[in-house]
Design a protein around this ligand. Structure first.
Ligand code: NI
Length: 226
């Protein structure tokens, strides 16, 4: 399931990120790639221990925690600190699947990458190319969103970024370990959650709403891992 989060960041937050990233110290993205991805990765990245990455990452994590759609869709248990990348001059990232397990920097904790998220930090008219192509069960999806918007997709998906042939594309990306590992179960829970919210808004019978809400929680209890 692909899900876009419109206006995850406010225009002010997006501008703040952009201004900081334009002056940041970028390094070759291959330094953080796994041994297979390294052959297809051609971009720049902020070092994982860069204080700027931590500071801007906090802005994104706070925005996520206030985003009901992300919370309902991802059912996050742990989120890896957001990373930042930059593509220009033909920079691209060939087809790959992200690593399944990530070590949390400076921590003994590990995170299973159930869900991938990309936050677009450049507007589509600022660069040519740079589309995120995701292969999912419904075929190939091409994603290029306004700055401040995000796309959420299963960590199991094959994906790539097409060459940026003009301008610069800035973005943030990170992985979430969900309470519910299975993509289809998570999609069912989201669908039920959305339907319950609609029933409440339509003034549906409270007992029926309570019963459906109970089913939601019982499924979550059955499927979640802590
Ligand atoms: Ni990737």
């Amino acid at each position: 399931m692909l899900l876009s989060l419109p206006d995850l960041l406010s225009p002010e937050q997006t501008r703040e990120c952009r201004t900081a990233l334009e002056q940041a110290s970028w390094v070759d993205g291959r330094e953080t790639a796994g041994h297979v991805a390294v052959g297809v990765k051609n971009n720049q990245q902020l070092p994982l221990d860069d204080p700027l990455a931590r500071q801007l990452g906090q802005v994104i994590l706070q925005a996520l925690s206030r985003n009901p759609l992300f919370m309902a869709a991802a059912l996050p248990q742990r989120i890896l600190p957001p990373r930042f990348n930059r593509y220009e001059g033909g920079g691209n990232y060939g087809f790959h699947i992200d690593n399944s397990i990530f070590q949390v920097p400076g921590d003994t904790q590990r995170i299973r990458s159930d869900i991938s998220t990309t936050v677009f930090l450049s507007d589509p008219d600022e660069y040519e190319g740079g589309e995120l192509i995701i292969q999912d069960t419904y075929g190939e999806q091409r994603v290029k969103l306004p700055a401040g918007h995000a796309i959420v997709y299963p960590g199991t998906s094959l994906h790539r970024v097409t060459p940026v042939t003009r301008g610069v594309r800035y973005g943030s990306f990170f992985w979430t370990q969900s309470l519910v590992r299975d993509n289809e179960r998570r999609a069912l829970l989201l669908s039920q959650d959305v339907a319950i919210q609609r029933l409440i808004q339509a003034g549906a019978d409270p007992e029926t709403v309570a019963q459906l809400t109970g089913v939601y929680h019982n499924l979550l209890r059955m499927w979640s891992e802590l």
